[in-house]
Structures are given as C-alpha cells and as structure tokens.
Design a protein around this ligand. Structure first.
Ligand code: SF4
Length: 282
C-alpha cells in the first residue's frame, strides 16, 4: 500500500489528510495518547455528543486517572458519577473494564484487538478507536459519521465486514491517527445525514455525489454502522430509569412509587440493588 495518494477506490487521501490538518475540531482527548483517557473518552462518546462529553471527561480523568483508581471504588460510585450522561450501563462497563485491565493486564490498557474486545463494553468500533487514537495503529474505525462517508463515497450500502474492509484499506500507512480523526470530522461537518458536499475532501471521487442529482437513493440508509435517530427521551423508559437513578444518587431509597418494570430492568442490568423494597446503588 502506498503511503498516501489515490487508492484503488479513487479517494484522494492526500486531500483528505490536508483537510484534516487544517480543520480538525479541537477536542481535549485529541491532545493525549494516554490509553486510559482514550478509553474513557470513547466509552462516553458511544452515545453522547462530544460537547456534552468534554466537561465530564475532564472530571473523570481527574477523579479516575488510571484503571486502578476506578477499579478501587464501588460500582455504585461510578454509576453516581456517570449520572446525567445517559445510558448508565456504560459506567458499569467502564468499571468492569478497569477491573479487568488491573486483573489481567497489570493496570495497562492492552493494545491488541482481541484483548481490547474482551473488555466489557468495548466493541469493534471502540477497540479500534483505542488502537489508533492511543497507539496510532493503522486500523480503520467505523463510527456512525465514518459509516456514512464510507457508504456514500463507495456509492452503495455496505455490510459490516465490507465497511470495515473499506475503512482499513483507506488508511494511509503511518497516518492512522490523523486519518481516522479526519474521517470522523468529515462525517460530522460535511457528510452529515443531510450532506454538505461543497468543500468535502472526498467530493472528487464520491460516487453518490455524482449520482445524487439524478435521484440515486442515499447509500448510507441501512448501511453498516449508520445509526438511526434515537427515540424521543421524554416519556421513554430511558427517562424513567434516569429519574430513578437520579433519586438514588440524591439519597432516596424506598422503591415505593416507581414502575416495577423499570426497577426490575435496572436490577437485572446490575445498576441497582433491591433489598426487600429498599433500593441502593451496587
Ligand atoms: S461528497 Fe458529499 S456525499 Fe460524498 S463523502 Fe463528501 S459529503 Fe459525503
């Protein structure tokens, strides 16, 4: 594979990298290669917008600067500190990952794909994100933004393995960190659900851009890794779960008045303990 330049799919990788050098968003986790801080950022970013993650990431890095520091506190403390970020199973996963890193890897975040995938809450996107954003490995990461770029520039919806293969094949040798950060920002700035193709560094070779005006359907719809819109929060089970957890964080303990299904779901997820009607964090 050449270091950069056009690939067999026609993508001008030099243009993409140049766009990245000039336009990358200034996000604090981009200024570190500390693997643990990258793990914390990537787990938070799985389902929360970057602007909301920034202050909470600083807070978590200050309170839990190492896997040991998180693994040494009760799970309930991690769940309480997570409150407000949503999807609190991620706090449990992060606590579990810290515990496994201490037990199995002497407190050092592993850099091999299989070892990362074995950690709680680390899926194929997050594992590769840690590999490239902490260890600068030349692997392609496919988050929802990148998945749109991959499908549209290819002009076709992709299966999970095809999306991963395309992502991996596009990475210029030695440029994994910059390439992946750039692809994510191209997806966030240009290849949005409603695309803004003017100024996109892939515009010259993008197959959907060429056919879009003729009415070709959006290849990103239904393509691997492209998330659908989240259901409304108000009135949802997520809201009820967050409300109950918020009450526990604030010190309430009685289960009276809560929907039994919501309580049972939180207990089944290991986020709440029910001792004969008295609720508490684990
Ligand atoms: S040219 Fe348009 S559709 Fe193609 S990758 Fe860029 S923003 Fe997406």
């Amino acid at each position: 594979m050449s270091k950069s330049g056009p690939t067999d799919t026609g993508v001008d990788r030099d243009a993409v990298l140049a766009w990245g050098r000039a336009n990358l968003r200034d996000l604090p986790w981009r200024a570190t290669r500390d693997p643990w801080r990258i793990v914390v950022a990537e787990v938070m970013l799985q389902q929360t917008q970057a602007s909301r993650v920034v202050p909470r990431w600083y807070e978590w890095c200050a309170v839990y600067p190492t896997p040991e520091s998180l693994a040494s506190v009760p799970l309930g403390e991690a769940i309480a500190r997570w409150h407000g970020l949503g999807y609190p199973r991620r706090a449990k996963n992060l606590h579990g990952a810290a515990t496994a890193i201490v037990a199995l890897h002497a407190g050092e975040v592993p850099h091999e794909l299989d070892a990362l995938l074995a950690l709680p809450g680390i899926g194929r996107y997050t594992a590769r994100a840690v590999m490239t954003f902490a260890f600068e490995a030349d692997v392609g990461v496919v988050d929802t933004n990148v998945a749109r770029v991959l499908a549209r520039s290819a002009g076709t919806a992709l299966t999970p393995s095809a999306a991963q293969d395309r992502a991996d094949s596009l990475v210029p040798a030695g440029e994994g960190w910059l390439w992946n950060q750039t692809m994510m920002d191209v997806g966030a700035r240009h290849c949005r659900p409603d695309p803004r193709c003017d100024g996109c560094p892939l515009a010259g070779s993008c197959r959907w851009r060429a056919s879009r005006r003729a009415g070709a359907p959006d290849p990103a719809v239904g393509s691997a890794g492209v998330s659908r819109r989240q259901a409304p929060y108000d009135g949802s089970a997520r809201q009820a779960r967050g409300s109950l957890l918020g009450d526990l964080v604030a010190g309430r303990r009685s289960s009276a008045g809560y929907d039994a299904t919501v309580v049972a779901g939180l207990v089944a997820d290991g986020l709440v303990v029910d001792r004969n009607g008295e609720l508490m964090l684990p």
